[in-house]
Structures are given as structure tokens and as C-alpha cells.
Design a protein around this ligand. Sequence first.
Ligand code: 7TS
Length: 415
Amino acid sequence: MSVAIADPKVRRIIADFPILQRPTSRGKRLVYLDSAATSQKPQVVIDALVNYYSQYNANIHRGVYEIAERATAEFEKARETVASFFNAQTQEIIWTRNTTESINLVSYSWGLQNVGRGDAILVTQLEHHSNLVPWQVLAEKTGAELRFIPVDDRGLHVLDDLDALLDSCKLVALSHVSNSLGTIAPLDIIIPRAHAAGALVMVDGAQAAPNMPVDLKALDADFYAFSAHKMCGPTGIGVLYGKRALLEGMPPFLTGGDMIRKVEYTKSTFNELPWKFEAGTSNVADAIAFAVAVDYLRGIGMEWVRDHEHRLVTYALERLATLESRGLAIYGPRDPARIADVISFNFGDVHPHDLASILDTDGVCVRAGHHCTMPLMEKMGWPATARASFYIYNTEEDIDALVTGIEKAARVFKL
Ligand code: 7TS
């Protein structure tokens, strides 16, 4: 079941993930190539959850007894850990459930206050539904125009008409990395151009935060959203980063307990940042465990993560290219420098769900479908794709298993 992994660092990383130690129900090694959907969790993160619930489970920001004070302290320390990892101020880190909720927070709170008829919201043709539907709804509510930065047939941003697209634009909302094609957005060009045109920039960092170093101060985006579960952390906890001055000026998204300073029968005043945006009992355990995941990634080094995935993407493109003459279509950019963690493909007329099912019989997990980017699939003329995505625990051997699985599918479907 096991294979010899040459790189001792990768071997040590794999040993940290209990799910990678057990065989599949068919007795195969688990070859997990779906980390873009959600990453696996190292034992330290699982332990942090168990430790919270078994040692100091209590509600935060209210109890004066020892375990409640410990829970509050660990919860707020987790925020500091995340802030320092991404080079932000602690008050700029708002806990949410996930990327989707973070984007909705901006759309409802900032959007409804600042966007109106005659304004434009600019997104790209690559967006995950989470960074498209909230802006469609905002445009519909406010009468604003929704515009699109086009992408070419390799999924690369076309910036030729950027100045015209930015005219009257209040917000540019785009993904740092595309979850369907892996394209890395040219934020170094788009963010300064948007700011010069008077627009704010909201970056969907769901696929970038787990896979590359992100320095929020240097990036200069106004808002940045990501989910813990894609970066070794638990599900149910995400982050909205916003520049402090902007967050200060925004009304709360949800209201109720914990986000208030004073409540009278007919009116209330709201808490300061970041708690103004955190109504109700927070996801204490998952925030604390997320900070453990962040420390785990810090120990590995995000530069190493990016280099490792660059090696894997380069190798995967080389290996998959050998199947092109037999009908494998590889989508997205072909230059590994332009791709983060994802490669999408189709094999002849085989439906990607059938391909994924055949791969699954050998323990190889890939995602098949539209990847929550239906408009992109439609524009490209693909009904769906198969998608392999890579993370810190993947190896060249995993890519070999993918290629062997595709060859097996070719035999099954007589391609
Ligand atoms: N934005 C991008 C770029 C994403 O990849 C995802 C999730 C989201 C937003 C939403 O994240 P959530 O944590 O709020 O759900 N992407 C995927 C995927 O590619 N396969 O499953 C989920």
C-alpha cells in the first residue's frame, strides 16, 4: 500500500496526517487530489479540537471563571496568530464561517451602503459562484451594473480594456487563484489600477491563502476572504480581512449578542472592531484549531508550499501531456508559473464523473463537475471537467497514480 517517498520533508508531512495512513475500503493507498475542495487535517489540528472540548469548553467574552477566561484568551490569541501570519492588524481579522460568508458580509454591509445606480461592480469570468452571486444580488438590489474582466481560452485575464471597465467602478471583486483552472490573477497590476480609478478591491483568497505566501499589507487589497478548511484547519471557520478604516465605517452585517456595547429597548450601540461583525456565540473551537493549522503551515513555510506545488504542477503537466495524443484535453494556463494548485482536464468523450469513479477504485480522489464556476464552463464550452488539485502532502507518486488511473479509464472506455 505504501510507496517510497524520496523527499524526507514530504515524508514527515505525510506522517502528520492520520487519514493518509489508512488504506481505502478497497485496500488502496489514499491518493488525495482534491485539496482545492478541502484539505486534509494534521493530527495537531484534530488534537486542538479535542483538547478544547475536553479541557476548557466554555463560552467566550462573558464568563469570569477559569475555563471561560482560558477559552476567551485562546480564541483572541488565535486571531493574533492569523493576523500576524497574513501581516494584518488584529482588529482587521473578522471571524466568519467561510469565504462565502466573508464575501456576503462585504456585499451586504459595504455594498448596500456604497453602491448605487450608475456605479459598476467589476468581477472576472473566472469567479467561483461565491464571488459572483453576491455581486449579482447587490447589482440587482442597487441598480448597479455588473461587468466582467474577460479571460482567454487558457483562462488568463485579458486586461486590454481595463481602463474602460474601471470607469465608474466602485468595487473590483476577483479571485486571487481560480479554483477551476488554477490561474493566478495579476493582482500586482489590477489592484493599483483599480485604486487609481477610485475603486476598492475585494480579493477572494480561498485558493491562494492555503498555497502561497500572502502579505496583506503588501498586497494592498481592501478586503480579502479565505476559509480555514482549505488550509489544514477545520470546517466552519473563515476570515474576512478588511482595512481598518473601511471596517470602522461599515455597519454590522448580523446583529444580536456579543456585537453590541449598549442595548436599550429601542436602540443599541455597537461594539468596536473586530467584534462589531461577530454576532452570537462564535465558533470558538474551530478558530483555536485554525490557529494551530496556521502555526503548522508557518513551520512548513509558505515559500516551500508554493515551490512544492510548482514542482508538482510542472510534473503533472509533463505527465498529462503524454496522454494528449490519446485524447486528453488539458485546460487552463500551461505555464506552471501562472498556476497555483489546480489542473482541470477531460478525456475524450468520457464524462468526468465516470473518470472520477474509475480513479476512485484505485484510491485516487479528484473532483468532477463544474466546480461552482458554471458561467466559465459555459463560456469555454465544457459541460464539466475533472480536476486534480495538489497540496503539501502530495508527491510525484500521486501524479503517477493519477496518470495510471487515466490510462486504465482509457482501456475501460476503449480510447
Ligand atoms: N472561492 C473560491 C475561489 C473557492 O475555491 C471556493 C471553494 C470558495 C470561494 C467558497 O469557499 P467556502 O469555504 O465558502 O465554501 N471552492 C471549492 C472547490 O473548488 N471545490 O469545492 C469547494
